[in-house]
Design a binder for this molecule. Structure first.
Ligand code: UDP
Length: 320
């Protein structure tokens, strides 16, 4: 499977390339002069996310489930492994697929990188820290994960993915990187993927009630997608094999977030409290010292700017 275009350009495979993060990463790689082969089975990703790249000479989308053997018959310089359901609602609906893509899919993607002599970058997650007992989370924290709870299918798949990535590095000498991604938001999130950012924006745009789970005192730290992608690109060019947190340390409670959304979208929505899902982490905030030091990276987009951009995207999508 060849992408047309200049064969001297670096070639990147992006699994999950039609997803929220994978599509933004593909855009960035193309702008850096890479050829991009996106591989996606479209269970949570969408062709819409890469529709603007359909005629790009250096971009190609292959519809394939990376849980099955991945065949690419040309040179590959980078493998970015981003395929996975990623919202709690999605991975609760797709528990086996989530476990398989994190385990078998990561094994296949590593095998491809090994075969091609490519650099491998794993999209890991702050979920490896589970319901964290240290705050903010540093990369040397081993986490507090319930393996048999409903979120375990995602958390443990990603923990396994990190383990096999390090094993391929240590055993086979594959040049591997691991990014631990904290809550990220921006255009191309799915309106009904269940995550708090699209959920609250969608509810406010419709004027329906904002569903805050628990008492809303749990915290998250939201990173705008362009900042995340910049950190990932820098990591791919770095020498480090240790996991690196990429996220925005600005932390807020979910109730505070709901209030901000109702201020920005003035449709009279009121807040409705719902039960807190099982094992919902109480706090989450990245310590980004390692990214600052190794990658010279810091988030640039303030929450107030990124959220307005994201609301604009959903307004267009929904016509509200
Ligand atoms: N949440 C909420 N209402 C919703 C969706 C999510 O209060 O309609 C809360 C959820 O319980 C969690 C936080 O928002 O505490 C972030 O949830 P999300 O699903 O975005 O991702 P998580 O960070 O839990 O993986």
């Amino acid at each position: 499977m060849q992408v047309s275009g200049d064969s001297k350009k670096p070639t990147s495979v992006v699994t999950g390339g039609a997803g929220f993060l994978g599509s933004h990463l593909s855009d960035r790689l193309l702008s850096e002069g890479h050829r991009v082969i996106a591989i996606d089975n479209l269970i949570t990703g969408s062709r819409d996310n890469v529709a603007h790249l359909a005629d790009h000479p250096d971009f190609r989308l292959i519809v394939h489930n990376v849980t099955e053997y991945i065949s690419v018959d040309e040179a590959v310089d980078f493998v970015f492994h981003f395929a996975s359901p990623a919202s709690p609602v999605d991975y609760l609906e797709l528990p086996i697929q989530t476990l398989k893509v994190g385990s078998l899919g990561t094994h296949n993607a590593l095998g491809l990188a090994k075969d091609k002599g490519a650099t491998f970058l794993l999209a890991s997650t702050s979920e490896v820290y589970g319901d964290p007992l240290i705050h903010p989370q540093t990369e040397d924290y081993w986490g507090n994960v319930n393996p048999i709870g409903p979120r375990g299918v995602y958390d443990e798949a990603k923990r396994f993915a990190e383990a096999i990535t390090m094993a391929y590095h240590r055993t086979h000498g594959v040049d591997t990187k691991i990014v631990r991604i904290f809550n990220t938001y921006g255009p191309r999130m799915r309106l009904r993927d269940g995550r708090v950012v699209p959920a609250f924006i969608g509810q406010a745009l419709e004027g329906s009630s904002i569903t805050v789970f628990g008492d809303g005192s749990q915290t998250r730290s939201f990173c705008y997608v362009s900042d995340l992608v910049d950190g990932i690109f820098r990591l791919s060019q770095s020498e480090t094999h240790e996991p690196v947190n990429i996220g925005n340390p600005r932390e807020m409670s979910i109730l505070e977030f709901a209030e901000k959304i109702t201020e920005l979208i003035d449709t009279g929505s009121t807040i409705e409290f719902r039960p807190l899902p099982e094992d919902d982490p109480k706090v989450r905030q990245p310590n980004i010292s390692r990214a600052e030091e190794i990658l010279n990276w810091q988030p640039q987009v303030p929450f107030e700017e990124g959220i307005v951009e994201t609301i604009g995207y959903f307004r267009k999508k929904t016509g509200n």
